[in-house]
Design a protein. Structure first.
Length: 241
């Protein structure tokens, strides 16, 4: 099974929002997302969509975008981003997700010998305009990531992908509570997005030897990025805390 990742696809079928207002790199969005996805992803592949999935404000509106995603090849694993205001309780969301689509929140997903854990993340201490409220959210997100990772304990897997929306490192590339968990659990790789217009060549590529994959849609030209390939297995279950 091939594992891909992409973030920040910012779909908006219910109330179309032209992303081109944010720069020429968004030209052709969202059609380019669907076109590039079909070029590289097969039905037996898996795609992690690492947050900022839809501009919708309510779940019924977002379901239009999720339906479009469901028509694309592959298994999808969704993670909440800071703009996914439509995201309801995880139990409600899982009740309405299309087939072969999964959502992570405070738990993890194991497919064959692949484990996926993650959390949204947040701005880290030292970030621009970092407030006491940001500090609270940051600490809460570190705890949520720890909770997600704890749910894989006792389960057999060979590969672990840690997915976040925000970058796990600090604003100058330094350590954070998220990177402490990366060091503790030693995932196969980490995926994240959130940073629009960033130069990937100036961002950390590894953390203590663990690959960091920056997959914001505008940076990867809307093409899901291949991050891992595992022997094909189909058994799926959702460990919980």
């Amino acid at each position: 099974m091939r594992v891909f990742a992409i973030a920040d696809i910012h779909l908006s079928k219910a109330f179309p929002k032209p992303m081109s207002i944010f720069g020429p790199e968004w030209s052709g969005h969202p059609e380019a997302v669907f076109e590039e996805w079909r070029k590289v992803v097969g039905e037996d592949d898996l795609v992690i969509v690492a947050g900022d999935i839809s501009w919708a404000m309510k779940l019924p509106e977002a379901m239009l975008d999720l339906a479009d995603l469901a028509q694309l090849p592959g298994i999808k694993v969704l993670l909440r981003g800071n703009h996914d205001y439509w995201w309801p309780s995880i139990s409600r969301l899982r009740q309405v997700l299309p087939p072969r689509m999964h959502a992570l929140q405070h738990d993890s997903l194991i497919i064959g010998n692949l484990a996926i854990a993650g959390s949204r993340g947040w701005d880290t201490p030292g970030s621009y305009n970092f407030t006491p409220e940001d500090e609270k959210i940051y600490k809460r997100e570190v705890e949520r990531l720890a909770l997600s990772l704890k749910t894989i304990r006792g389960h057999e897997y060979e590969y672990l992908v840690l997915a976040m929306h925000y970058p796990p490192y600090g604003p100058t590339g330094g350590p954070t509570g998220f990177t402490e968990l990366i060091e503790q659990y030693r995932p196969t790789c980490v995926v994240y997005g959130h940073l629009h217009g960033a130069d990937p060549e100036k961002l950390p590529k590894h953390w203590k030897g663990i690959p960091l994959h920056f997959v914001s849609a505008d940076v990867v030209r809307f093409r899901p990025q291949l991050i891992l390939e595992t022997p094909h297995q189909t058994h799926t279950y959702q460990p919980t805390s």
